[in-house]
Design a protein. Structure first.
Length: 402
């Protein structure tokens, strides 16, 4: 079952996506997502210029061998661009394997460990009242877990808050916008938001909150402690995670569950966090952590240490990644939750898919492979448009983590 064709498709149906399509001599095709938000063309080049020539003629059934060949064979290892490219190849090979055996991918991963996958949606507003109204809309749709973000008084833009009536989408065309940040104002405000949300929605709804790598460990410890009465499902990315030791300090001070990993690319970015039980949820995902094969290894390590999965699922992960994540989520024993942000209607038309949402949970569907396709003719009508993620500065002008 030789790979005879490999194409990299870059399109922008509402936002940019990089998709790898592999085709075998038997005419079976498979898809992988390779989108790295704001750096899309770097992965497209890595794939086209360096990876595709290595794939032609390889046996599409040798998924693990191909992964090791691309990882170890490059000498230069890890990093988001390399791992997104390897992840796309791996995902496409699982898709091909499923289609050629006429079975959904989750059946190849050990089968379903649950009936459906718990997801959380994004509620946000410029004010507490707007956030309350947004949460209420999710509850009405059947969500039992909701991420709540809110504008911070005294700061013009806050992470996670949409522009106008658009749902939240951070990448913007043109040069990167600069947002202002104050940890003091943020820390003073966030507990007020959750006091109000618990008063409004009671104890049962799961609330999540994303700090987006903005705090120092001791600040994050203070926030975790302040939020304990509201028993969050998780507090996400409390600190920039390059320094894994930072989590030790947070852990000493708070029982608020911690989640991290959307920017991680391999198990080496999180093995210490997992082995020392410094986190509760690992958020690495298919596209940025080397595909289904590598993510399963991360999950297997996490399972030993009572750490559960919580895959990143923002709009910059394409429907191909979303489908792959759902097959993974359905199959691994230590699944925790899946992030779900709906894509634009144009994106859904370019990537028809079998996964579905109903009453707070999702299922990948039972189509063979991943159950997602790409309409290449339609994709061609949405050419790449340069867009950047914002940057952040503190009130005195110092660059801060976005
Ligand atoms: C999340 C993320 C996103 C990221 C985005 C960057 O939790 O969904 O933090 O909002 O900022 O995916 O590309
Ligand atoms: Mg996040």
């Amino acid at each position: 079952m030789k790979i005879t064709d490999a194409r990299v498709i870059v399109c922008s149906p509402g936002r940019n996506f990089v998709t790898l399509k592999l085709v075998t001599e038997d005419g079976v095709s498979g898809l992988g997502d390779a989108t790295v938000n704001g750096r899309e063309l770097a992965v497209a080049s890595y794939l086209t210029d360096h990876v595709v020539p290595l794939l032609i003629g390889r046996d599409a059934r040798r998924i693990e061998d191909t992964w090791q060949y691309l990882y170890k064979g490059a000498y230069w290892r890890r990093g988001p661009i390399t791992m997104a490219a390897i992840g796309a190849v791996d995902t496409a090979l699982w898709d091909i394997r499923g289609k050629s055996l006429d079975t959904p991918v989750y059946q190849l991963l050990g089968g379903a460990s649950r009936d459906a996958v718990l997801v959380y949606g994004h509620a946000n507003g410029a004010t507490i009242e707007e956030t309350v109204a947004a949460v209420a809309r999710y509850v009405k749709l059947g969500y039992t877990a909701v991420r709540a973000q809110c504008g911070i008084p005294g700061l013009a833009q806050a992470y996670g808050v949409g522009r106008g009536d658009r749902y939240y989408e951070p990448a913007e065309q043109g040069m990167p916008p600069e947002h202002l940040w104050s940890s003091e104002r943020y820390l003073g405000f966030v507990p007020t938001l959750f006091t109000r949300l618990r008063a409004e929605f009671g104890d049962e709804l799961h609330f999540l909150h994303d700090v987006h790598h903005r705090l120092t460990p001791i600040e994050a410890a203070r926030l975790g402690k302040a939020l304990e009465p509201y028993h969050l499902f998780w507090l996400e990315d409390p600190v920039p995670a390059e320094l894994q030791e930072g989590f030790r300090l947070i852990r000493q001070h708070t029982t608020t569950p911690l989640a991290v990993g959307e920017v991680f690319n391999t198990v080496y970015d999180c093995h210490r966090l997992i082995e020392e039980q410094l986190i509760d949820y690992i958020r690495a995902t298919v596209v940025h952590a080397g595909g289904i094969s590598h993510l399963r290894k991360i999950a297997a390590l996490a399972e030993l240490y009572h750490v559960r999965t919580g895959c990143h699922g923002a709009t910059d992960l394409s429907p191909v990644c979303m489908a792959a994540a759902l097959h993974f989520d359905l199959s691994v024993h230590n699944f925790g939750i899946q992030e779900y942000m709906t894509h634009t209607a144009e994106t859904d038309r370019v990537f028809p898919h079998s996964y579905r949402f109903e009453a707070g949970v999702m299922h990948p569907g039972d189509a063979p492979g991943l159950g997602v396709d790409i309409d290449e003719a339609l994709a061609a009508r949405y050419p790449y448009e340069r867009a950047y993620l914002p940057t952040t500065r503190k009130l005195d002008g110092t660059v801060h983590s976005w």
